[in-house]
Design a protein around this ligand. Structure first.
Ligand SMILES: [Zn+2]
Length: 159
């Protein structure tokens, strides 16, 4: 049985994916390499959020970012390996990871519930870490662009 943390807020579509379906995809797109890669532990830092999976795939000092979204029986995906349009073994490996190691996925919905219990200082500390790791994330929370004319108004200079 899957634990509450692992399945909390996870879409049924994602929970319904079977090993057989993933195995068929593997044969179809990567000639079994998806399974081999998964078995070698090449997927790290996997996350789940509602109907989305993400993870990093390590290979020969390269790192690929994999994202998968499931709607009904339809699986859409994105991978930074650049194999445009067609599914790659990195995507298949993340699916194998989900089927076999769901309890190793960080459930973002569950994490958000945990954030709700934190105080302002703790949340600010978390935000700071996020912005230091990837400064571009500032734009997700309405960061002010210094090249934007609006900044003059924000300063109250023209009021
Ligand atoms: Zn790929």
């Amino acid at each position: 049985m899957r634990g509450i943390e692992e399945t909390f807020d996870v879409s049924k579509d994602l929970l319904n994916i079977t090993e057989r379906e993933v195995s068929l995809l593997d044969q179809e797109v990567s000639n079994g390499e998806g399974w081999t890669s998964y078995s070698r532990g090449q997927i790290v830092k996997p996350t789940v959020f509602k109907n989305k999976l993400s993870g990093l795939f390590y290979e020969h000092f390269h790192e690929f970012a994999v994202e998968i979204q499931v709607n009904g029986a339809e699986i859409s995906y994105r991978c930074s390996c650049g194999k445009n349009g067609s599914m790659c073994k990195h995507v298949v490996a993340l699916l194998y990871c989900w089927i076999n190691d769901y309890d190793g996925f960080t459930n973002i919905s569950y994490s958000i519930e945990e954030f709700k219990k934190k105080n302002k200082e703790e949340l600010l500390e978390i935000l700071t870490r996020i912005f230091i790791k990837d400064p571009q994330n500032i734009h997700l929370v309405g960061g002010v662009d210094p090249l934007d004319d609006d900044i003059d108004d924000a300063d109250g200079m023209f009021n």
